[in-house]
Design a protein around this ligand. Sequence first.
Ligand SMILES: Cc1cc2nc3c(=O)[nH]c(=O)nc-3n(C[C@H](O)[C@H](O)[C@H](O)COP(=O)(O)O)c2cc1C
Length: 185
Amino acid sequence: MREEVFEAIRKRRTVRDYTDEDVSEEQIDALLEMAMMAPNRLDRQPWHFFVIRDQELQEGLGDILVLHPHLASAPVVVAVGAQPEQSATWQMDVMAAIENMLIAATAMGLGTGVLANPESTLWRSAEEMLTEALHIPPQRGVHIPALVTVGHPAEELPPHSREDRFDQTKVHYGAWEERELQGQA
Ligand SMILES: Cc1cc2nc3c(=O)[nH]c(=O)nc-3n(C[C@H](O)[C@H](O)[C@H](O)COP(=O)(O)O)c2cc1C
């Protein structure tokens, strides 16, 4: 059990190249079930998940959020939204749900990629496109801070390892020790 969970966490990589193979409704349902198990402040569960299988919309998003061709080529894009008025920590709550989804997808042999840059002008345009296309009533105040592409990986990425990721300079047992941090003077 422990090894399986650790393995899925290590194997989760951002996949930006997908095969034509479809992802079933059952698979998406399982991912969203895992997403909604996530911890979230005061158990407000402020999230909403929009399952998109719409080539035109995906291409439109790809055109706005340039340099992300996998938005159009992924069989499914899950737009992850939230109602900020429901929780002051909505972005953290949403990210916890997304991470659950990514790890579950990896365990199921699927690939995923997160796209998120919610403060940017381009992102706001993408959000407007989504709000309209998904018929989200503006008075609901739904924000969409992240998109998750889901599909079967067409690329094989090496799993992360302790050697490539574990950074002792980011760990503090007790107080901050002044020392040179990686990449910082
Ligand atoms: C909040 C967030 C936003 C991200 N935005 C993008 C993005 O806009 N485009 C992209 O290609 N990848 C994006 N990623 C994926 C990161 O680039 C990726 O997680 C990072 O490079 C580490 O690689 P790994 O996921 O394979 O471990 C995002 C990831 C997170 C968590």
